[in-house]
Write a protein of this length. Structure first.
Length: 294
C-alpha cells in the first residue's frame, strides 16, 4: 500500500498541484460505449482519489461486473457477489416485494437503506469501497418494479453521504440512468474511442446527460494514437454544438493490455496514461469546488 501511494505522489509532481480537501465530496458518473475503457478509468481514478484522502465508493452499474476485478478483488470474493438488483431477500425486506413482482400491489418507494454500504460494500486492499448495483431494468418493464425502486432509493441515500467521492461505472450509455439515479451527480465523464461507432454512442450519451441536468461534462478520448485523431473527435462533437468542461486525451498504451483486469500495476510505472488521468482527477476536483462556491 505504501509503495503504491508513494508512486502516485511522485507522478503527481509532474503536473501542477491543486490542493483540495474532501469537504462535502462529489459524485461522478462514467459512461460510454462498451469496451471504450470505462472500467479501467473508473478504477484508476478511484486509486488516485483515495490518495487524496477521499472516502471512495466505486459503484458498478454495468451488467458485466468487471469493476471488482479492476480494483483487485479476488476471484473467490467476486464469485460470491450478488448485485443489489438480484438480491431478492434485500429487495423484499426494503421494498415489500420480490424481483419480478410489484404490479398491482403496494411497494415502498422510499425505503430506509442506510445499511446498504455496510452490508454489501466490499473493500479492496487500499480501502476503496465497492458496491455492485447491477443495471436498472429495461424501460418496457416499468419504473415501479421493486428492483428499480431499490436502486433509486440506494442512490438517494448515498448521494447524501458526506466526505465521500462516488464514482459510478455504468452500462454502455445512460439510457436507463434516469433522473432518480442522476440526482446529486453534477459531473459526468463521457469516454470514447476515436472511431465512428464509439463517437456515435458518445454523441447520444452527451445529449442524454445534458437532458438529465448534469452540469459538468468531461470528454475523454481513449486509445488514441495521434493528435489528428483527437482533433477529429473534438471538431465533430463541437460542430454538433457541444462544449465540454474539460477534454482529456488518453494515449494508447500496450502495457495496459498486459495488466488487465487490474490497474494498480500502472501506478508503479512512468505512464503518460497515468499522468493524463491525474490531470483529469484534478479537473474533477476543480469543478466540484466551483460548484460549492456558487
Amino acid at each position: 500500500m505504501t509503495n503504491k501511494r508513494q508512486t502516485i505522489i511522485s507522478a503527481a509532481k509532474k503536473i501542477k498541484k491543486h490542493s483540495s480537501e474532501p469537504g462535502e465530496g462529489f459524485r461522478v458518473v462514467i459512461t460510454g460505449k462498451g469496451g471504450a475503457g470505462k472500467t479501467t478509468l473508473t478504477s484508476l481514478l478511484a486509486y488516485l482519489f483515495a490518495q487524496e484522502k477521499y472516502e471512495v465508493l466505486a459503484i458498478d452499474q454495468d451488467s458485466q461486473m468487471n469493476l471488482p476485478y479492476a480494483l483487485g478483488i479476488s476471484q473467490e470474493i467476486v464469485e460470491k457477489i450478488v448485485p443489489l438488483n438480484e438480491n431478492a431477500e434485500y429487495i423484499e425486506e426494503k421494498i415489500g416485494a420480490k424481483p419480478g413482482q410489484g404490479w398491482g400491489q403496494f411497494i415502498s418507494l422510499n425505503p430506509t437503506v442506510d445499511d446498504v454500504v455496510d452490508r454489501f460494500g466490499i473493500k479492496n486492499d487500499v480501502g476503496i469501497k465497492l458496491l455492485v448495483m447491477g443495471t436498472t431494468m429495461e424501460a418496457g418493464q416499468g419504473c415501479l418494479c421493486p428492483e428499480n425502486a431499490l436502486l433509486a432509493a440506494v442512490m438517494r441515500y448515498i448521494n447524501l453521504r458526506k466526505n465521500e467521492l462516488i464514482l459510478m461505472d455504468t452500462q454502455a450509455g445512460v439510457e436507463h440512468f434516469g433522473r432518480a439515479m442522476a440526482e446529486g451527480f453534477s459531473q459526468a465523464i463521457i469516454i470514447t474511442e476515436p472511431y465512428f461507432n464509439s463517437i456515435q454512442v458518445a454523441l447520444r450519451t452527451i445529449k442524454l446527460t445534458k437532458q438529465l441536468g448534469i452540469k459538468h461534462i468531461h470528454l475523454v478520448i481513449n486509445k488514441g494514437r495521434n493528435e489528428k485523431e483527437k482533433n477529429n473527435v473534438v471538431e465533430f462533437l463541437e460542430k454538433e454544438g457541444f462544449n465540454f468542461s474539460t477534454i482529456t486525451y488518453l494515449p494508447f498504451e500496450e502495457k495496459l493490455l498486459g495488466m488487465e483486469p487490474k490497474v494498480d500495476e500502472l501506478l508503479n510505472t512512468d505512464s503518460e496514461f497515468l499522468i493524463k488521468t491525474l490531470e483529469l482527477s484534478k479537473n474533477l476536483m476543480r469543478c466540484s469546488k466551483k460548484g460549492r462556491e456558487k
